[in-house]
Structures are given as structure tokens and as C-alpha cells.
Design a protein around this ligand. Structure first.
Ligand code: AMP
Ligand code: MG
Length: 484
């Protein structure tokens, strides 16, 4: 029986062994008020969105949701290369909701108060970063990239102290699960093989049920997660997304994007682009995301060695062999993705150079990544000076000739391109402006307008549309902050 508001909780993670979580309740807040409520997601989940939208207190500690059994999850993680004990320091998992669509979804409150894993932190979150997570996760979702979702941002009425007092908020996050590579690192650190095996079985049952009968479950899980992670990073590369903090605690086993801190979308194409203020070495730069994903998968493989083979050398051999296939698997998927961005069907030996030459030209010219690909869809290129150069014209002729050799009509190429090259992305300067207006002046209008503009990112939009413009020199944002 669903409870009030249509929630139907079935909390399987809480039935796993105790070290994996701690019981803990969200704290009460002063005056809960919805800042954003995701009506469409609520409906997708089979919730009574109309009733729920009048009860923001349900997404705080003020009123427990019937059937929820709140916990903070334990996990570790390599942060910028160093292994640390982490856990949900400011997030509380209410439980797993079973939707009418048969999907099991975690419902988590981020910024809900202190937990046993809070270390020195206050367990709270400021409005700006929670709005950023809402905006970016919902944008990625409509861009067809797997991601955790955002059901609501609830203002608490309390202020949180960062460098100055800021309005506090709670994000209601919805995820396929919150199992991370860091969860496995934590479980492996418990020196209890049975615990680790239970986590493997649980993850397989929840995310990869087809692997249940696999001969080597740990290896099969590793390979399946690798494939999901490759698809994910190829999706990010397609739209110019830079996660910003690809620590192992921010890598999910489900393959969803998670934990949007200083993330941002790149304007002009440059593989070295970094926005995060804390990423001084460029470890998580746009162009490093594939190799750092492989590195993170290496840490995941290490946790599974004991289950891959009794003999350590044999286990290392199996894991290494598998991990080495990352590069080839990634390259294949990346080329297929780039081929779609250029409307190519089939593959020709010359395609690699065609793709590489365009990217080199874009880098040299500081060309806008999103707009350049979208401009190619037009029958005649827009009147931009960059497109008049001999170098570009020469590339364009090669590309046109290649399209001419497609076995499918031009209309099919254009359709393919339209579906893989967004017209609108969350431009970083617009995101920053929206968050500032909300946080400093309690003005939600820019956030709402941006959300509306992002709702249908592949639809044609006028070339002069403000949501399509890269930052003007005076608007440019060079750094983004976690704000934790
Ligand atoms: P994140 O940057 O969101 O991936 O968080 C990294 C780690 O820091 C996680 O263990 C979080 O739970 C913890 N953390 C972040 N902000 C806070 C906070 N305000 N209070 C307590 N823990 C926090
Ligand atoms: Mg995290």
C-alpha cells in the first residue's frame, strides 16, 4: 500500500550488514519552503505531486515520511588521489521508493543536518550549490545523459555559515542508488570478505541482474560498471560537461552522474579546461575525464581482487587484462559519438582525421564547442568570420564530401546531428548569474527562466537566443566553487 503522497518505501540497503550505514534522522529546520519542486519527476515516480507540492516539510526533518528509515551511508574515497574515510556527512537517505513504473529509486536529503560521518562539517548546505545541482542534473537528464535527479530544493529558513552567512537549503535527490566506488573501497577496508561479497551480490541484484549467474561475479560486475562508466564519460565529452571532482566517492556503480560541485559546461573548445577552484593541477580537466575514469576503475578493481580469484597473481592478471581494454572500448565509443555529431553513417579510414582536424581547428580558434557543431546543421553556415578562413573551408569541403558518401539521405544525417548536438546547454555564466540572484536577492526568476530554456535542449532555437550565447568577455566565469 502506498503511504500518503504516494510513497512506497522498500528499504533494502538498510538490510545490509551494519558497518555499511548508520541510522540517523534529518534535523528540524525553521521554516521549510519549496524553492523548486519538480512536478514532472514527481509524476514519473508515481507520487501525488499536487498534494506533495504543498508540503515542503516532508523533505526536511520536520515531518518524517511514512515508511522511510533514514540512514547515512558509509563510504571511503580517493580525493585528488588520497584515500580518505568519508560517508554521508550532510546527506541522509530516507529510503527506496518503488515507483509505478517498477523502478526503485533512492530518496535522499542533501543538507539535512549532521550525521556520524560529518567530521568537522555542519551537515548543512547553502541554497546556491543545491540550486546548481538541481539545474545541472535536470539539464543532463534532458540531454540524455544518465544522472541522479532533483525532486526539490527546499529553503530551510536557517542560515549556514560559510565565508559569510548564506541561506540554507536541502536538495531532495533521487538516484538509481547511491552505491559508489567509494562504498566498495570502504567495504574492502573492513577486511571482511563476506561483507564485500554481500555488497557485490546486492549491487548485481539491483543494477545488473543479468549477471546473477555469472561464473566470476566480481569480474563480470567490474566489466559491466566499466562499460557504464565509459558510456557516461562519452556522454559528458559529447556535450562539453566537466564534472570537476571525479573522486572515487563521486563515481556510481549505476553509471549515473553524481555530486555536482564545481561542475560546468565548457564554452570554447579546449581539452585543458578546468573551472574548479580546488583543482589546481587540472587533474579533472575536460580532456582528462576518460583517463581519470580509468584510474578510478583501477581503484574499484583493487577492491574486488579477492573475489576475482583466490590466487592474488591470477586476480591481478584478470583485473589488469580487463582494465587495459578500457582505452580501446572508450576510443570506439568516442569515435561513434563524434561520428554522430558530424552526421556520419558507417565508418571510413579518413573519419579519425576528419574529427581530429575539426577539434584542432576549434581549439586554435577558441571556437564555441556547442555552437560550432550546431551551426553545421544549417544549410548555409552562419555569418561568422571564423568560418570564412581557408582552413575551415577546406575542412568543410572534406566533410561535405564525406556526407555525400553516406549510404543514407542527408536528412538522416541532419536528424542524427540534431539529436546529438544540443542548441542549449547550461552556460556557466548564466548558471552563476542565476545562483547569485537567488542566493543574494532571493530572486528565483533567472533560475526558473534558465530551467525553462534548458527543458528541450535539442530543439531549434534562434541563433541570437540569449541562452545560446557564450559568455561575453566581461561575463566570463573562470572559476567555480564547491560551496560545501
Ligand atoms: P562532496 O564534495 O559533496 O562529494 O562531499 C565530500 C565529502 O564531504 C562527503 O563525505 C560529504 O558528506 C562531506 N561534506 C561535504 N559538505 C559537508 C558539510 N557541510 N558537512 C558535513 N560533511 C560534508
Ligand atoms: Mg561526494
Amino acid at each position: 500500500m502506498p503511504s500518503a503522497f504516494g510513497f512506497r518505501f522498500d528499504n533494502t540497503y538498510r538490510r545490509l550488514p551494519a558497518p555499511l550505514f548508520s541510522d540517523c534522522s534529518p534535523q528540524s529546520v525553521s521554516t521549510p519552503q519549496f524553492v523548486l519542486f519538480n512536478d514532472r519527476l514527481a509524476q514519473e515516480m508515481g507520487l501525488d505531486s499536487k498534494a506533495l507540492s504543498a508540503h515542503p516539510e516532508m523533505f526536511t526533518g520536520n515531518a518524517p515520511l511514512e515508511g522511510s528509515e533514514p540512514i547515512a551511508q558509509a563510504y571511503a574515497g580517493h580525493q585528488f588521489g588520497n584515500l580518505t574515510m568519508l560517508g554521508d556527512g550532510r546527506a541522509i537517505l530516507l529510503g527506496e521508493h518503488l515507483g509505478d513504473d517498477g523502478q526503485r529509486r533512492d530518496i535522499q536529503l542533501k543538507g539535512a543536518g549532521r550525521t556520524p560521518f560529518s567530521r568537522g562539517g555542519d551537515g548543512r548546505a547553502a541554497l546556491g550549490p543545491m540550486l546548481r545541482e538541481y539545474l545541472i542534473s535536470e539539464a543532463l537528464h534532458v540531454l540524455n545523459i544518465p544522472t541522479t535527479r532533483s525532486l526539490a530544493v527546499t529553503a530551510t529558513g536557517d542560515s549556514v555559515l560559510r565565508e559569510s552567512p548564506l541561506p540554507g537549503a536541502i536538495l531532495t535527490r533521487v538516484a538509481a542508488s547511491h552505491i559508489r566506488v567509494g562504498t566498495f573501497q570502504y567495504a574492502a577496508g573492513q577486511q571482511d570478505p563476506a561483507l564485500l561479497e554481500q555488497l557485490v551480490d546486492y549491487t548485481i541484484a539491483r543494477h545488473y541482474p543479468a549477471l546473477k549467474g555469472a561464473e566470476n561475479k566480481a569480474l563480470a560486475l567490474f566489466e559491466a560498471v566499466m562499460d557504464q562508466q565509459i558510456d557516461l564519460v562519452v556522454g559528458w565529452m559529447r556535450v562539453g560537461f566537466i564534472h570537476g571532482v571525479l573522486n572515487t566517492d563521486n563515481v556510481t556503480l549505476s553509471g549515473e552522474s553524481i555530486d555536482f560541485g564545481p561542475c560546468a559546461f565548457m564554452d570554447s573548445f579546449d581539452p585543458n579546461t578546468v573551472f574548479s577552484s580546488i583543482d589546481r593541477q587540472g587533474r579533472y580537466a575536460y580532456g582528462n575525464q576518460p583517463s581519470i575514469t580509468q584510474w578510478n576503475l583501477g581503484r574499484f578493481a583493487e577492491t574486488l581482487l579477492g573475489l576475482m580469484d583466490e590466487n592474488t597473481d591470477a586476480a591481478i592478471e584478470k583485473a589488469t587484462h580487463s582494465l587495459k581494454s578500457f582505452s580501446q572500448r572508450y576510443e570506439e565509443k568516442w569515435h561513434a559519438m563524434m561520428g554522430k555529431k558530424l552526421g556520419l553513417f558507417g565508418s571510413e579510414a579518413e573519419d579519425d582525421a576528419l574529427i581530429a582536424d575539426l577539434l584542432t581547428w576549434m581549439h586554435e580558434q577558441n571556437a564555441d564547442y556547442t555552437n560550432t557543431f550546431r551551426d553545421l546543421i544549417n544549410e548555409s553556415l552562419p555569418d561568422r568570420e571564423q568560418y570564412q578562413s581557408d582552413a575551415f573551408q577546406h575542412w568543410h569541403q572534406r566533410w561535405q564530401a564525406r556526407l555525400g558518401r553516406n549510404r543514407k539521405p542527408l536528412a538522416s544525417s541532419l536528424c542524427l546531428m540534431r539529436n546529438h548536438n544540443p542548441a542549449v546547454i547550461p552556460r556557466n555564466h548564466l548558471v552563476e548569474q542565476a545562483l547569485e540572484a537567488a542566493s543574494d536577492n532571493n530572486d528565483l526568476a533567472p533560475t526558473r527562466a534558465l530551467l525553462a530554456a534548458l527543458a528541450d535542449p535539442y530543439a531549434d532555437r534562434d541563433i541570437d537566443d540569449p541562452y545560446r550565447q557564450p559568455a561575453a568577455p566581461g561575463e566570463r566565469v573562470y572559476q567555480t566553487f564547491c560551496g560545501t
